[in-house]
Design a protein. Structure first.
Length: 273
């Protein structure tokens, strides 16, 4: 079996979650699909191993957002609740209430999801939310932004960690520990553990751009433009962006005390970034 289809091993999972050991608690965003269900299972195992080794681990809270857009969503939330109970992890279902927009529904639902997750984290006294974004999600994001002519920031793709895009001031951060792992490996991890998951039919709806891009991936991979290649591009764009930001910051710091006539080309560069 190729490594792309292998279940994630315990040692690998430990490396994926490295750096989170000392946090007070983590909110796990779990929709019930294969990716987030794998996140729930893997985080539970990781925390259990931490408790055995260090006698402590971050508290975990699984949260499912029911957008109320499909009749199956209540059943999916209940399925997550049952699995969380088996794993001895507290679970909450939060519902997106109110009127839904007729246009831009996906973006509005995404914003509502992050807002509700941030509220759940704040109520629990936590500052970090784990989401199950994968290597495939990174590749789709890069393609999506490439098609729209994005620059360095856009082509840098999804960050491993970032503030919650929920509007207003918040001290809550998103962490994406599975960003280097393919969906196929997460599905294999669940299969290996004998755990079922839900399937969101909107992920196959061709009305959405991401669905159409996802359908192109196998053909692009035949030409060498697979998920790992696109993720590698994102990593290089992120390094390039960081280099530019560092250079501009250093130029501004160097120029701040001196008169304008002494600034020369460095001032020009700083002024135009």
């Amino acid at each position: 079996m190729a490594i792309a289809d292998q279940a994630v091993r315990e040692a690998e999972a430990g490396a994926l979650f490295r750096g989170l050991e000392g946090l007070r608690g983590l909110v796990l965003a779990v929709s019930g699909g294969s990716d987030s269900t794998a996140l729930l299972v893997m985080t539970a195992r990781w925390a259990e191993q931490l408790r055995k080794r260090l006698k402590r681990a971050p508290k975990l809270l699984a949260v499912t957002i029911d957008h109320g857009l499909r009749p199956e969503s209540k059943h999916e939330a209940a399925q997550v609740r049952r699995l969380a109970r088996r794993l001895e992890i507290p679970h909450r279902t939060l519902r997106w209430s109110g009127r839904k927009p007729k246009t831009g529904l996906q973006e509005a639902a995404r914003f509502a999801r992050y807002r509700l997750l941030a509220e759940a984290a704040t109520r629990a006294g936590f500052e970090h939310i784990l989401t199950a974004h994968t290597l495939d999600d990174q590749a789709e994001t890069v393609l999506f932004r490439l098609a729209r002519g994005s620059g360095l920031t856009g082509l840098a793709g999804i960050a491993h960690a970032s503030p919650v895009p929920a509007g207003g001031k918040t001290s809550v951060f998103l962490v994406r520990p599975l960003l280097s792992v393919s969906k196929a490996r997460l599905a294999a991890t669940l299969k290996n553990a004998g755990i079922d998951h839900s399937e969101d039919p909107t992920n196959r709806d061709p009305r959405f751009t991401r669905t159409r891009l996802r359908a192109l991936m196998p053909r692009l991979a035949q030409e060498g433009l697979d998920a790992r290649s696109l993720a590698r591009l994102a990593a290089r764009m992120r390094r390039a962006e960081a280099t530019v930001e560092f250079a501009v910051g250093a130029a501004r710091a160097a120029l701040a005390p001196g008169p304008w006539r002494e600034r020369g080309p460095i001032a020009f560069a700083a002024a135009h970034f």
